[in-house]
Design a protein. Structure first.
Length: 163
């Protein structure tokens, strides 16, 4: 089952984030290496714990154009309680992305998250203007082009554009 077409433009930033591409459509070099785990569905949420929510919010909103909203769920459930910034893609297949304040002073680090964009050059310029640390500038990849950046907690954020 593939992802349905979806383009989401952030009201706050004007950046258009393109839909994810079904792995099979990415080409034989990628599709041939992807497995399936019986009884497990696709990814529906990505949560990063950050050392400074306001600083991370500025990076992901201003540098990457995500339309994040601050909220605070009361309770003592480590996984869903507390102050956070989040957005969800609800048209087509659902995906939730959230930044939570680290509960034990141990933020997520060395993770990699990728976002598809329609115009990598514009997205890269926005990231640079937003003060995001550049790991590498836009360059060719087997599926198109990508650029990578590092957030304040050491996670790698990839912006990618299909060929």
């Amino acid at each position: 089952m593939g992802l349905r077409p979806l383009r989401r433009t952030s009201v706050a930033t004007g950046l258009t984030i393109a839909p994810a591409t079904p792995i099979a459509a990415a080409g034989p070099a990628i599709a041939g290496r992807v497995g399936h785990v019986e009884g497990v569905g696709r990814l529906v949420a990505v949560v990063l714990e950050v050392s400074d929510l306001d600083r991370a919010l500025a990076v992901y909103r201003d540098g990457f154009g995500l339309d994040l909203h601050i909220d605070d769920h009361a309770g003592d459930d480590r996984w869903i309680s507390g102050r956070h910034a989040a957005t969800s893609w609800t048209q087509g297949d659902f995906l939730h992305f959230a930044l939570y304040e680290a509960k034990d002073d141990q933020p997520t680090h060395r993770a990699q998250v990728a976002f598809a964009v329609e115009d990598l050059e514009s997205a890269h310029e926005r990231a640079v203007r937003g003060g995001v640390e550049v790991v590498h500038t836009p360059k060719p990849q087997p599926w198109g082009r990508s650029a990578r950046y590092r957030d304040p907690d050491g996670n790698v954020i990839e912006l990618t554009q299909r060929a």
